[in-house]
Design a protein around this ligand. Structure first.
Ligand code: BGC
Length: 765
């Protein structure tokens, strides 16, 4: 235990001696939850109600619990706090909870929240990398693991999943989400909610998820974090909202509103979106929390003149809890005095917060979370490390492999590893690391050193830092390369180049990495580029020419072992890009599911078409792209009926055969297009995918079950299914379509949900 923690723990222990806490709540335990909540509501003073809405920070991210002092405890005793974020530790949180449930008048338990984004202690790949697995099952299992570690540590609630669609890689927070596609994003959102919460929130080791940042945070202008989004209603509904809808349907216990505005209305004050769409249209009954200080920031947005007005606006929008702003607790009293019609809104917010506590079982047993003994056995257990390694292997994407440079040939006896990121434990943890520690990380260098076949030497030279201009390490790196049979050149960004408020205008390689790459290439040695980064990069001088590129993102504590497994060929890479790589920074945003234009991009520069004159057409690596050590044949597309009416289903099947020499995974992708509709439709939209493992020569029949509702388009009347022909495409990436077919939607109809949010059943036989 750190010294600071001890001090605060003493302050906590200053209360009355520990009692059996459940026994302190006999009246509550005897009644049903709803009756109990209504009873509490009647019993609460205005201050106690405001207290429930208050979520102060218990510490700073780097000094958790540091703000829990005697004054903070007094506030808890007065019922002035509903929840804390940035707190930690099973014993510490037990004591804090004890103060709330024994020493406050109404004995209402606190909710403890944290950002557990891709692991608690066992850090697994960053969310963008998890999306690259195209494997909701591993995402669900990793979220489950994170929930176990989180709950035994005394926390009830994680601020994940982040489901913001990101089509602009300049936006630093692209690393925290599932990339550019709303269908993939919906699948990843559901997998995480199910992993964190399980089917029953009061079950063992279940924690509350918080789906964030509702509604178009990822559409920030120019990719600048926090900046406003100005987008059409159609794009909002068809692209940005589907993963939120999917998460709401999956039962996400809480939602978080975004910092930014949509068309001038900050979401934290957006009644039409939060109260209207989320609650009234989607029927969402869970708790909505603001983002950090976002209620007070309504003043800076210029939609409220005072904190009192800001508080009233957020409450009316149905934002229940105030994260870190203290605005509700300080100013809602006055807002209500000025406008008593706010009182029912306040009661609704209180009830939703109490229900979240009830759903977690906290009224029955406020101490059911946090177990110091299990903390010792669960955190970073061998099983958890093994799962993190499996996920990391699945997240790696082989972008190019000309001449079969990978896997490393057994004839290569000296391998040069060049680049500071190869041994940068901090970066491998990614921008959110919860309680992850550098000491627990196996870096790429350590992974290779620990697994090199007998007689193979690993020579390391950091070359240049990705942070400074100092290029003095280049000559030594060149010498290391010259003495090697093969160079693994590790390039990219460090952990702090992406993440919150880490937008970049240039997607190139930071620091003198281009000079390093050029000097190493000039040795004439075969070079494999290993990328580490939290966003798509665009560095034509290096990436256009490199014969082999392996994308490894930030893979977490087991990343080095996983990368080594792939590089030595123990496992074939099977990850796919959840977001395309542009050719140049100036090409952003670019995405595969764009609408056709009257003048589609044409290679002939003499024609006036929708393209840049100084860059080739399309991305360097498209959405869904990823190679393998094997190869796959696609055959026998069958669409089981020529036409289908709304409410019906259509089955699309294809046979995939491993035509290579090794066991490998293939991600089979289904795309659709509505070629003629009342409005222009995207040239392609993902509507199904599955990752299959095939032995050499093995063939499998993959069947997607599609519904006309998944083709619905959004207009002012809602989700509209239009009659007409639909094209289907099955392939290995958005740009590698192997089979084409189609069917007809026989009649018009209405959908009831965002088309991209509806997940497609896939069977493999
Ligand atoms: C971020 C959220 C995060 C919160 C609490 C905010 O700045 O936008 O994603 O959950 O802080 O740490």
């Amino acid at each position: 235990m750190r010294p600071g923690l001890q001090l605060h723990r003493r302050a906590l222990l200053g209360g009355t001696a520990a009692l059996a806490v459940a026994a302190a709540l006999p009246a509550l335990a005897a009644t049903g939850h709803e009756a109990r909540i209504q009873g509490l509501l009647k019993a609460m003073t205005l201050d106690e109600k405001l207290g429930q809405l208050n979520q102060p920070a218990g510490g700073r991210q780097k000094a958790l619990n540091s703000r829990i002092d005697a004054a903070a405890l007094d506030l808890v005793r007065k019922g002035g706090v509903g929840s804390y974020l940035h707190v930690a530790g099973a014993d510490f949180l037990r004591e804090l909870q004890r103060v709330a449930v024994q020493e406050s008048r109404l004995k209402i338990p606190l909710l403890f929240a944290a950002d557990v984004i891709h692991g608690f202690k066992t850090i697994y790949p960053v969310p963008l990398a998890m999306a690259a697995t195209f494997d909701p099952d591993i995402v669900q299992r990793c979220s489950r693991m994170a929930a176990i570690e989180t709950s035994v540590s005394g926390l009830h609630w994680t601020f994940a999943p982040m489901v913001d669609i990101a089509r602009d890689p300049r936006w630093g927070r692209i690393v925290e989400g599932a990339g550019e596609d709303p269908h993939l994003g919906s699948a990843m959102a559901v997998a995480q909610v199910e992993g964190f919460q399980t089917k029953n929130l009061s079950g063992k080791d279940a924690i509350l998820a918080s789906t964030k940042h509702f509604g178009a945070y990822g559409a920030a202008s120019g990719g600048r974090d926090y900046d406003g989004a100005d987008l059409s209603e159609r794009t909002l509904n068809e692209v940005y909202l589907p993963p939120f809808y999917a998460a709401a349907q999956a039962g996400s216990g809480t939602f978080m509103t975004a910092f930014n505005d949509i068309g001038g209305v900050p979401t934290t004050a957006n009644q039409a979106l939060v109260r209207g769409v989320l609650r009234e249209q989607w029927g969402y009954q869970g708790l909505v929390v603001s983002d950090w200080n976002a209620i007070l920031e309504l003043v800076a947005h210029g939609v409220a003149e005072t904190p009192v007005q800001a508080a009233a606006l957020a409450l009316k929008a149905s934002v229940d809890m105030d994260m870190a702003g203290g605005v509700y607790v300080a100013h809602l009293r006055q807002a209500i005095a000025e406008d008593p019609t706010l009182l029912p809104y306040l009661d609704q917010a209180v009830v939703r917060i109490l229900r979240a506590k009830a759903r977690l079982g906290l009224f029955d047993d406020p101490m059911r979370f946090g177990d110091a003994a299990r903390e010792k056995t669960e955190l970073l257990s061998a099983d958890h490390r093994a799962l993190a390694r499996e996920a990391a292997r699945k997240a790696v994407v082989l972008l190019r492999n000309d001449g079969g440079l990978l896997p490393i040939a057994s004839s290569h006896k000296t391998i040069a590893v060049i680049g500071a990121l190869a041994d940068d434990a901090r970066s491998q943890l990614g921008s959110w690391k919860a309680r992850g520690e550098e000491a627990d990380v196996v870096t790429l260098l350590k992974g290779l050193q620990g697994s090199a076949p007998a007689g193979v030497k690993i020579a390391y030279s950091p070359g240049v830092s990705v942070r400074s201009d100092d290029a003095s390490g280049i000559p030594a790196a060149v010498e290391t390369a010259k003495a090697a049979d093969l160079v693994l050149l590790v390039l990219g960004e460090d952990f702090d180049h992406s993440g919150e408020s880490r937008s970049r205008s240039d997607l190139g390689l930071p620091g003198p990495q281009v000079a390093l790459a050029q000097a190493v290439a000039a040795t004439g040695k075969p070079v494999v580029i290993v990328l580490m980064n939290g966003r798509p990069l665009a560095e034509p001088a290096v990436l256009d020419k490199a014969p082999a590129i392996l994308e490894t993102w930030f893979l977490g504590v087991e990343g080095g072992n996983a990368m080594a497994d792939i590089l030595w060929g123990k496992v074939s890479p099977g990850g796919r890009l959840p977001v395309g790589f542009p050719r140049a920074s100036g090409q952003t945003p670019t995405f595969y599911a764009h609408n056709p234009t009257g003048r589609p991009a044409d290679p002939d520069l003499l024609k006036d078409t929708a393209r840049y004159h100084d860059a080739d057409i399309g991305p360097l690596f498209p959405f869904g792209h990823g190679l393998s050590y094997a190869s796959f044949a696609y055959a026998d597309l069958a669409v089981d009926r020529a036409s289908v009416a709304p409410g019906g289903i259509v089955k699309i099947s294809a046979t995939i055969t491993n035509t290579g020499k090794v066991v490998a995974d293939e991600v089979v992708q289904l795309y659709v297009r509505d070629p003629v509709a009342s409005v222009a439709r995207p040239v392609k939209e993902l509507r199904g995918f599955t990752r299959v493992t095939l032995k050499p020569g093995e063939a499998r029949r993959v069947t997607f079950t599609l519904r006309p509702e998944q083709l619905a388009l959004w207009d002012a009347s809602g989700w509209k299914i239009e009659a007409g022909r639909i094209e289907v495409m099955v392939g290995a990436s958005s740009d590698d379509i192997r089979l084409r077919g189609g069917f007809v939607i026989s009649a018009a109809g209405k959908g009831s949900a965002p088309a991209a949010s509806l997940l497609t059943a896939v069977s493999v036989s």
